[in-house]
Design a protein around this ligand. Structure first.
Ligand code: GCU
Length: 620
């Protein structure tokens, strides 16, 4: 039907119509000098995709012809130049949203909005010769199509991952304009899929900046202690140019360490440094060193803590010493201001509450949090479980879904692999253990993580198996065999039973010679609703649940930590009991107003005892 030439042309257009994917992620963009594009951006809500598709054929406007010729697509950002000209949008006269920030908490009419929305702003920049320029986004939920001066920079999918495009050829000195189309719709093929127990905050939810780098620059690097040989710090430096013989110098001035290495044909230099003289990073003494990386005209600074984490039999070893993870789960939400947390201040608020709870660990549920989280945890001495939203109903047989899940995992490891605080990469939460496609999906994910990083633990939040007759709890999930620790969510006393059942339950983990970890337990309570402990939604019921659960868990010999669900009440469209939930999941130990519930103090005191039980001396 089609002549070859037509097919090739259609292919080219369809390829171009989706634009190019992002450039390799800049390692440590955090510390590179940049031009911030944070601030007020104009926005247009576009539920019918009027600015993106031809309304009759429903096809995307061709994004690679001179868009000035056609005023229709919103990325053209057309301006009226004649009295009779008809343009049915105008960014300049449209309202604004704060970037970073989800749209849901900024405008009442956008609280539940799921669809496409356009952002636009102008900015000035003076380009320097010999520099290349990258446009960097901390995250956009879920898909972003990015246009610079009327030309497509590219697109990205994945709501919680950083990405960057090279825009050297699209920028101009002086005034520029950037347009971003954001689509936050849930869909069966995406990760997460159609259903989650959290709010689908849409928008440019993290910072945006333009990063200049020299022609030849440090693209990526990793430097961590070798868990098997902790006297050695190993890693690599990857330059953007695949050329041998380029020199790379790594220095740790405080330790009087400096060594120069040479790249191979791939532009990569393997790094080996003696770590004898380096003080270890501990939660109680979060020692970090300034690390200076230099190659050619590029110099990059980082702060890296050096520690090892291992699973050994039923123990978790931090720097070779047994540790108990006194954790708490949290969503990336600042309930006091509303919306997605995105700043250092937001994370400091949440982490401050966790430290009052005597925590030494956090589960950043259920998706990669913003980069401030791991960097602040490095500073404060909090250990982290980080994860991707392979959560509930995922399409395990769809190759694009797997590609998306793996890409989200890889970009999380890529961004946080030099953070001492991160000790666990989790590939899934509560996924159907009986589904064979799910097992191969998760095994591939675990393999992909271990390809990138062998210095940390790989896990997943599994489901327990409960024998109601025998009142016996086991873990029969086949993925446990591929995980470095056995982690399960359990809601005995909340879903399907009440707390008086808890003391009757016996856990049998004899088939797993691994550290055991409770990744969730909890109960809902409305702050200040008091009554008999048998009365559901009271603080008294939640406190009772915590007392019984902590006693039950303490009887499990291989228990090495927990992250109860959850630090703070959080928004969820699934929670609609009037005057109790009102769109909030109430399992928080703290209310959305910042008030502590009774169970907060029960867990805090339990952790104080645990800390005394698991003391270790900080040898070096
Ligand atoms: C699940 C799930 C959480 C959810 C929680 C709940 O375990 O992992 O995301 O919020 O249960 O039901 O509150």
């Amino acid at each position: 039907m089609y002549r070859f030439g037509t097919v090739a042309l259609l292919w080219a257009i369809s390829f171009m119509a989706y634009g190019q994917k992002p450039a390799p992620l800049l390692q440590n963009a955090y510390h590179r000098p940049s031009v911030s594009l944070n601030g007020q951006w104009h926005y247009i809500v576009d539920p019918y995709e009027t600015g993106y598709r031809n309304h009759r054929r429903w096809e995307p406007f061709d994004e690679f012809v001179n868009t000035k010729a056609s005023a229709a697509p919103y990325w053209a950002n057309a301006k009226k130049t004649a009295p009779s000209q008809r343009i049915e949008y105008d960014f300049e006269r449209s309202p604004t949203l704060e970037v970073p920030g989800d749209w849901n908490h900024q405008q009442d009419e956008l609280l539940y909005y799921e669809g496409t929305l356009w952002y636009e702003r102008d900015f000035s920049i003076e380009l320097q010769p010999g520099q290349r320029y990258f446009l960097y986004f901390g995250a956009v939920n879920y898909r972003a199509d990015v246009y610079l001066n009327g030309q497509k920079a590219g697109y990205h999918e994945g709501g919680y991952s950083p990405f960057n495009f090279e825009v050297t050829e699209l920028l101009k000195s002086g005034l520029n304009e950037i347009v971003v189309r954001v689509d936050n719709r849930r869909s069966a093929g995406r990760v997460p899929g159609l259903t989650t127990d959290w709010w689908n905050y849409g928008g440019i939810t993290r910072e945006v900046k333009i990063i200049p780098v020299p022609d030849v620059f440090i693209q990526d690097y990793m430097l961590q202690l070798d868990p098997e040989q902790p006297a050695i710090a190993r890693g690599y430096v990857q330059l953007n140019e695949a050329k041998p013989g380029q020199t790379v110098t790594i220095s740790i001035p405080e330790a009087k360490l400096s060594r120069t290495f040479t790249t191979d044909t791939a532009g990569r230099a393997a790094i080996v440094l003696s770590a004898e003289g380096l003080k270890r990073w501990y939660p109680e003494r979060p020692k970090r060193y300034e690390v200076v990386l230099q190659s050619g005209r590029d110099t990059l600074l980082d702060q890296i803590g050096f520690r090892t984490i291992q699973a050994s039999g039923q123990d978790l070893l931090l720097n070779g010493q047994p540790i108990f993870l006194r954790g708490i789960s949290l969503h990336e939400e600042n309930p006091m201001r509303g919306g997605r947390a995105y700043s250092r201040e937001d994370m400091a608020l949440l982490f401050g509450w966790a430290r009052e709870l005597n925590c030494n660990m956090l589960r950043l549920a259920h998706y990669p949090h913003n980069e401030h989280a791991a960097r602040l945890a490095d500073e404060l001495g909090l250990l982290l479980w980080e994860e991707v939203p392979v959560y509930w109903g995922i399409n395990y047989t769809n190759p694009e879904t797997y590609a998306q899940a793996e890409q989200q995992m890889q970009s999380l490891v890529q961004r946080d692999k030099n953070r001492a605080s991160v000790i666990i990469w989790s590939v899934a939460n509560e996924t159907p253990r009986e589904d064979p496609d799910r097992l191969s999906f998760l095994k591939s994910m675990a393999g992909a993580v271990r390809q990138l990083d062998t210095t940390r633990l790989v896990s997943a939040a599994l489901d327990r198996t409960e024998d109601k007759q025998e009142k016996r709890v086991t873990v029969t999930d086949p993925f446990a065999a591929y995980s470095d620790m056995v982690s399960v969510n359990e809601y005995i006393g909340w879903y399907g039973s009440t707390p008086e059942r808890i003391p009757q339950m016996r856990w049998d983990l004899s088939s797993h010679d691994k550290p055991f970890f409770i990744s969730e337990f909890g109960a809902g309570a409305l702050y200040n609703y008091r009554g008999a402990r048998e009365e559901i939604w009271t603080e008294d019921y939640q406190a009772w649940m915590y007392e019984e659960t902590l006693q039950m868990l303490d009887e499990i010999p291989s228990l090495r930590g927990m992250t109860p669900w959850i630090l703070v009440d959080f928004r969820s469209p699934r929670r609609n009991l009037p005057n109790i939930q009102d769109g909030w999941n109430r399992k928080g130990l703290i209310s959305e107003g910042g008030f502590k519930k009774e169970a907060f103090y029960i867990l805090r005191d339990y952790y104080a005892k645990k800390a005394a039980q698991y003391r270790y001396d900080i040898k070096n």
